[in-house]
Design a protein around this ligand. Sequence first.
Ligand code: PGA
Length: 248
Amino acid sequence: MTGKLVIGNWKMNTRADSARKLAAALLADAETNRDGVGIAAPAVYLAALGEQLQGSSIALSSQDVSRYAEDGAFTGEASAAMLADVGCRYALVGHSERRQYFGEDNAALLQKMRNAAAAGLIPVLCVGETLAQREAGSYKEVVAAQLAVLAELDAADCVIAYEPVWAIGTGKVATIEQIAEIHAFIKNWCLQNAAGSDKIRVLYGGSVKAENAEAILATKNVDGALVGGASLDADSFRVICQAAGKLI
Ligand code: PGA
């Protein structure tokens, strides 16, 4: 895929009816129903959305994937094979909310990356530092430590989403200079440490909105966006996708 990738992360929002309506609005619009646009929906709605999006250009993504690959006694889990079975193409892995509230560490995330890839899903590894880490000046070390799982993979057909925790859902956006700096750092880290690194796309996430999308997406080494809050509104998400579509 060339061009920018925009994935809407619905998080723990919507109900069956509102999810269907939001997807219908995206399907009906050429700016959102095209290659390079995806939605990461709550697990319970993935099967229905997989059917609804069938034959469309919108890619379906899960928000997580089990660290366990095989069927069995893992109550509450959804395996990579199950996610692929209902039509997912991407799987978010290690979102900061998963790291923070569910204690996900690199060992678990490596399993998740491996399972997603083995099932034919493209994992989207989320990385990013907290405000304290940013202010302490250790953000590059933090991000490098999170990226370290990629060095363990043989072939890294994956996407990275850089999302500073302090910019997620806060309305605070990293400056263009901050985004450019860390994206260059991530690309460079990948070139030195990850197999297949020239193909790895790096998305920015954290309070991406209709108003700031174009400037962020036009920043060097930004290959797309992971959009939370603004992806729940079809009109806002459309503007973000439109901005992405204009850029190479
Ligand atoms: P936000 O979330 O756009 O609401 O800040 C981004 C994300 O967490 O993926």
